[in-house]
Ligand binder design. Structure first.
Ligand code: KG4
Ligand code: ZN
Length: 353
């Protein structure tokens, strides 16, 4: 009978539970119930609705873990960052389980989870440079060990994934916008619109997507005033061309900042051999292909999480949970808290910007 970590993820709109073997990191159970359909008509996640849906979905998944509960040695749960009322749903379940099974609780940083989605069922590789692109965050990270994870650049406004969601919403395409806009972009002509690349000066080592989003909004308004939304055929061509032009510039922005990151790394004496892209938006194939080329030109190896585990999931939370368990990093059920903001990073995930 192998010892297991039970992990819970509920930071946004995915309810997920996993069971991972402590000795060899093998994932023995994983299930996720996504709420995409329920939020789609709103064009984004509605926190109150998300919280209610977690309250329904998490017990349904937990039911399936019953045969394994005697083997569980700790409960790992995402506590930060995320939507406070959805994090609380996972945390309440984690506390109840920890009390009833008489095992320790482990608080997990969701972003560290995305980082460890690279290392499911395997050993971690350090040092590495990381681009994290999700619905809530866009950042460049230098990871030197489990403890030493430093954010070196981040978005000053919207995130990369969020900008796809907002473009999809403005084009009337539903939620989540990433996969929809990417598939429209494949059919479109990227040179149809020319948008300026955000923060295109070398001095500002950060990301920004709100200006680009506004430029897109103006094009959509012009098209609407011109009656474009009433002509189905014209609308489909417009959606494809605009998606392609937007995706190209949004990725170009990421790639330019990654280039600075690579250049800085070349000058460091402790340079990393591996570069990774993680987070829900790392599923974007256009971005992956371009990062692959950049890695080749700097002789770095590109690491990717399996596509299925790019977006939020409890397997990645369990993987971090194993590291914390082995180091004895437990939280008291009496003062464990949810922390919605990324500025609340714990000491293991410092900011240096
Ligand atoms: O990591 P994730 O599941 O949730 C957060 O932690 O935020 O990321 C979800 C985000 C959404 O904004 C979604 O639109 C975006 O990732 N996304 C993509 C793609 N697939 C998902 N963005 C661009 N291209 C994609 N193929
Ligand atoms: Zn996430």
């Amino acid at each position: 009978m192998q010892d297991l970590i039970l992990s819970i993820e509920s930071s946004c709109d995915d309810s997920s539970i996993a069971l991972t073997q402590i000795s060899d990191k093998k994932l023995i159970f994983h299930q996720k119930i996504s709420q995409e359909k329920e939020h789609s008509s709103y064009g984004g996640v509605v926190p109150e609705l998300a919280s209610r849906l977690h309250a329904e979905a998490l017990p349904l998944i937990l039911e399936k873990t019953k045969p394994y509960l005697k083997q569980v040695k700790a409960v790992a749960v995402t506590t930060e960052p995320g939507l406070n009322i959805t994090l609380l749903e996972g945390l309440m379940m984690a506390k109840t389980l920890a009390f009833s099974l008489e095992v320790p609780l482990i608080a997990i940083n969701h972003l560290k989870g995305h980082l460890y989605s690279l290392f499911l069922e395997k050993e971690a590789i350090f040092p590495l440079g990381v681009l994290l692109v999700s619905g809530g965050h866009t950042m460049l990270i230098e990871a030197r060990s489990f403890e030493e994870i430093k954010i070196v650049a981040r978005s000053i406004d919207d995130s990369f994934g969020e900008s796809f969601d907002k473009v999809a919403k403005m084009l009337g395409l539903g939620y989540p916008g990433g996969p929809i806009v990417e598939s429209y972009a494949k059919r479109g002509e990227a040179s149809s619109f020319s948008f300026p690349v955000p923060l295109n000066s070398k001095t500002k080592f950060a990301f920004s997507f709100s200006g680009l989003k506004n430029a897109i909004r103006l094009e959509i308004e012009k098209f609407r005033e011109d009656g474009g939304f009433e002509d189905k055929e014209r609308l489909e061509i417009f959606r494809a061309n605009l998606s392609a032009s937007f995706q190209k510039v949004a990725c170009e922005h990421l790639l330019k900042k990654c280039k600075i990151f690579f250049e800085n790394d070349q000058k460091s004496k402790d340079s990393w051999e591996h570069f990774a892209v993680v987070g829900g938006a790392s599923a974007n194939l256009f971005l992956r292909e371009n990062l692959q080329k950049m890695c080749e030109s700097y002789t770095k190896t590109l690491l990717l999480a399996p596509l299925e585990f790019c977006s939020d999931n409890a397997a990645m939370i369990g993987r971090v949970g194993i590291e914390s368990y082995l180091k004895g990093e437990f939280s008291s059920p009496f003062n464990i808290k949810t922390k919605p903001k990324v500025s609340d990073f714990n000491a293991n995930f410092s900011e240096d910007i």
